[in-house]
Design a binder for this molecule. Sequence first.
Ligand code: BG6
Length: 607
Amino acid sequence: MCGIVGYTGVQSAAPILLDGLKKLEYRGYDSAGVAVMDQNVIAVHKVRGRIAALCEKIQDGAAVPGFTGIGHTRWATHGAPTEENAHPHLSNDGRFAVVHNGIIENYLPLREELIREGYHFQSETDTEVIVHLMERYYKGNVRQALIKTANRLQGSYALGVICSEEPGRIYAVREASPLILGMGVEENFFASDVTALVNRSRNVIYLEDGEFAELSKESIRIFDCTGRQIDKKATRILWDVQAAEKGGYEHFMLKEIMEQPGAVKATLAPRLKNGGVEFEELAGLVPQLASLRKIVITACGSAYYAGCAGRYALERLCGIPVEVELASELRYSDPLIDEHTLLILISQSGETADTIAALRECKAKGAKTLAVVNVVGSSVATLADYTVYTWAGPEIAVATTKGYTTQVAVLYLLALFFARCLNRAGDGWERMIEAVQSLPRRIQQAIDMNASIPALAKKYHKNPDIFFIGRNTDYAVALEGALKMKEISYLHAEAYAAGELKHGTIALIEEHQPVIALCCNPAIMEKTLSNVVEVKSRGAEVLALTYRDNQKILSVADDLLFIPRVDPLFSAAVEILPLQLLAYYVAKENGCDIDKPKNLAKSVTVE
Ligand code: BG6
């Protein structure tokens, strides 16, 4: 997720922009830049890498005169992290500079259209189409050009724009990406979030989707997409910077749990088109799908459990055997992998040593390699033959949440995409597309349906052992749920295939032993119900995860977690939500360091 800032006032803009960008560093980024207007000339300065390098390049802003400017920290989504791809982007005529946070879903046709009209592109980014559209539509009125440009864009965008014909003015537009205006004395600001503003102004205006703003040092004017002016009230910010970085949440992990509907939507939406699934980045793989004899998914930690969850849809829809292997095991098992194998590597960071090693090992055996990665330009993304990005944005908490759910979402998309390519779509296609399309809404419902979790955490947080049981997809989710509980609350938790309990584990069930039973698949509900009764009869306390009208489970469970009904083939990214929240609140009860659990790293780049 990128960060944007803007300033116009009576002070030198560059140092203020740099200060605002530093406050956005926590969001994660790989390049940064500023564009400052002096008289009627816009100067752009950008670097690949840290803001410190940008500060050095422009002597903390002293080398850049001007009282009006915009700045950007880039988290690469389209185009590797390079200086050319860094924002701000400048129009060919030098009149406009733009910074952007979000994803322009229709940038490819716009890019082709603009190139045909003679516009020259300096970068690989989706963002650059915006600055050339501004040049094309500008006929002397920036506001009109901005409205026409925005009307051409599909996707999410928080934009900052300056025009050399209008010194002293900055423009901002918001559509599905946060954008806040800060009000000062003889100066005004905008930024992606409060952290970049709060040191300079606590009087802010939250722009809403479809709203445009024109800021000068004396005034802020807000208008809608028809150019009609809108009155909006200011809000007084009471947060400090630290709280603001977490968006008001106590921990990054909780903030990232709550970001999941948006992160999954950002990952799904650009690929769900015309009633189907599109992956431009996999065009070279499509002709080879028919020759595949198996798919192997490999990863570590939660990414491995995402593979366990996504394999059911892949196998069922594509009719190809799918194996899921721990990368640390696969790399030393001399696997039976050849040119008829598709190896899918899942990695949030793209830098996990075991996953990279497994990639190299299997590539050497002839496998076709497809990476599902969150960090653009990371090692796994660079080494794989094909890469599909999860657009979750930077994940700060060590224990992954939105990384996992966006990985699962991509696996669902791949299952549908491959099935269609292999002419195996069959009946129920529309229903399945709808099921995947509705996941962001279902995830939000799964958050909203479980207000009781903090109280449940108080009940269960002292138990030294917690068992998670389930079958099929429920079992795959139980694995991730148990890992979340272990890694942030330090309670011992184990996930078992529900049918396995009677083969040994049930010997451990004592009086009041908490067992979390995932019961979200109607087709095997009776089987799981019998496992619940098994452990209940031995004294267990059962916390069941199910949907509201499942009367059978409701009658035997001691406590309940709910999710909305979802096709079990696509339910893992929804089922995990209550378990993420339960782990979070149990860890909070236990006073754990939730964002940085002991002994853990966000990415294990060594063996
Ligand atoms: C662990 C992380 O170190 O590595 C987990 O704490 C993650 O959250 C696992 O699932 C794999 O990391 P990555 O970056 O390859 O997904």
